[in-house]
Design a protein around this ligand. Sequence first.
Ligand SMILES: [Zn+2]
Ligand SMILES: [Zn+2]
Length: 441
Amino acid sequence: MRILLTSALLLTTFAAARTASAQTMSTTEMVAMYKDLHAHPELSHHEERTSAILAKGLRAAGYTVTEHVGVYADGSKAFGVVGVLKNGSGPTVLVRGDMDALPVTEETGVPYASKVTAITATGATTGVMQACGHDIHTTVLLATAQNMVQEKSKWHGTLIVLGQPSEETIDGAKAMLADHLYERFGTPNRIVGLHDTNLLPAGSVGVPSGPAMASSQTVNVTIRGIGGHGSMPNLGKDPIVIAAAFIQQIQTIVSRQEDPRDPAVVTVGSIHGGTKANIISNEVKLELTTRGFSDRTREIILTGIRNAARGVAIAAGLPEDLYPIVTVLPNESTSVNFNDEAQAARVKAALATTLGAANVTDYRAIMGSEDFGLLGLATTPHIPTTFFWLGAMYPDRFAAAQAKGELLPGMHTTRFEPDPEPTLHTGAIALTAATLELLKP
Ligand SMILES: [Zn+2]
Ligand SMILES: [Zn+2]
């Protein structure tokens, strides 16, 4: 990254760009809200406190607010928040921020670090942390909503402010759409959202054009074998050896089967099998994640996984009824997050005007995934969406790391540490500018 800012320069940028008002949060208030959310993270499906804080703030700002929007596949209710502000006739714009935290034990050492713990599905105790910066997003969303009330004379139309739960489990946007989001609150003409990043210093933003984030799918594979005594492998079919062959084989999907011009990822993130050194188990369970930027890539990867699973079973001499079971988890899969090119150009120009061109960069697509794009794919034709990156790193630390050819700890790590003040300031200014731009007829 070439964009480096000193703190002094940042402060002058903010002073110039900020519209002070009694009803919008001051810097100090934004930082206080962020630190409070950071110290009280809530896992996906459990954003009760966070969503209530957002809803209360939106109501106080004058929005018509509905809580508990969203219904999950299992029928349970979600903590989605929708605030609507009508301001005459004009386009409908939806601004989205996500709220959930992750099962990560924080190691930043900041005074407002999370001490919250939770029990995982397997019964283990884990720390809970806003390790993806969704506390930044929630704070920026509320500040933007307040700014839009202040700036009411500059726009006409309808603004939908959406606090989304369960981004990390990829079922939050789905849950809100399943709860008739657009039928109840109106279908937007344009959608915008942001995400913080360790790849840019605080004070800067990055706007991708075209594919912004990859599609992802979770694929579970159960390799079956024939168990027995570890001393007599010839009498069984060892699923651990078959699983090892399978893992090696699927490395050739990206390197040999996929078009090298079309990036893709296949990762085995979990493997479990066996109970004891001298026992050959009956099965091994693997969990995979795959990424790509097109439906074609997704198909090539899935076909490759299925072929490899069948191939290693045949090579092991397994009977057909014990061939591996390959399952795609629909609730943990999401589409490409695509930035409409024309809309991205508009947002980028507006951000350059507001933040200064030197603080706005193009941004390459990343292999990470988001369910933000689903909000645009829910209708035919699709609604154009813009997802941009908000620099979140301490500029001096970022520059020092960059000088050594390193990156500061990223999202989902125990040491992900946004620089609160300039990140929140820039976020609110940027999201407000983008929203104002998209509300133009
Ligand atoms: Zn995340
Ligand atoms: Zn995130």
